[in-house]
Design a binder for this molecule. Sequence first.
Ligand SMILES: NC(=O)c1ccc[n+]([C@@H]2O[C@H](COP(=O)([O-])OP(=O)(O)OC[C@H]3O[C@@H](n4cnc5c(N)ncnc54)[C@H](OP(=O)(O)O)[C@@H]3O)[C@@H](O)[C@H]2O)c1
Length: 273
Amino acid sequence: MAQSSASSTDTRSTTTAGTGTGTTAARPRSRSLDGRHVVVMGGSSGIGEATASVLAADGAEVVVTGRDQARLDAAVGRIGGTTTGRRVDGADPARVAEFFAASTRPIDHLVLALSGASGSGPIAGLDLEQLAAGFDGKFWPFLRILQAALPHLAPDASVTFVTAASARAAFPGTAGLAAINGALEAMVPPLAVELAPIRVNAVSPGVVDTPWWNNVPAEQRTELFAGISATTPVGRVGRAEDVADVIRLLVGNGFMSGTVVECTGGANLATGR
Ligand SMILES: NC(=O)c1ccc[n+]([C@@H]2O[C@H](COP(=O)([O-])OP(=O)(O)OC[C@H]3O[C@@H](n4cnc5c(N)ncnc54)[C@H](OP(=O)(O)O)[C@@H]3O)[C@@H](O)[C@H]2O)c1
């Protein structure tokens, strides 16, 4: 395991308030990301980009990856801070291995936000080749990236998977996506124990308005989002920033591990129907 140059208790403020146990010992109150090395795989768009923006604004030195150089350059410009872009196809084992092997300092926080968009549709007509492509675009890259990253993670690193609420909801037409994301979510608790003290968590978003939906024609997309908003307790679909805020929590909270946090606006709550 690589050694971190930064302490695991990178706190900047303390308190002398009582803890409820009669002690007045100082305890950590906040966790700055100043100088922390963060890698966001799939960071040139949508949730990954929003996450990189939040983490960079908190002082992290962020590396975002994606497959398209122009998209990466544009995202790096929008994210600001100390951010760099690297072209890496997460589905290409050689490129993934090369990327991590070139890492010159321990990675403090790893966020996996990439995915293809294959594997959805009613089961009766679901093309299993497409479902396999869905696994190739998300499930296998997540595992491959995690394996390749492990020797380069700081001892107190965090790993955050971006999964999907389809894993545990019951939306018709999403059984394939449930399989891909459910498989990833099922791995979070055992990984958190196996890899400790490295923390492993996931955020499980509902429908979020990002370029992931660009293959749906604009008019149809507007209609779809309006329908989903109408049946979602918070009355809207998600924004990439909503999910990024959850990832910021998972990255910064040293007492969270093995957790899958839903971020759905309540869209997947059981209605009792
Ligand atoms: N949007 C939603 O409604 C929603 C809901 C639930 C879960 N999610 C999950 O959230 C995650 C992020 O999705 P998003 O909505 O932010 O999508 P997005 O806007 O399309 O962003 C996906 C990012 O991943 C990169 N990427 C895709 N395939 C890659 C590969 N093989 N290697 C490297 N980079 C790759 C993309 O860049 P390039 O294409 O240039 O490589 C882009 O930076 C995905 O895992 C998705 O399944 C999304």
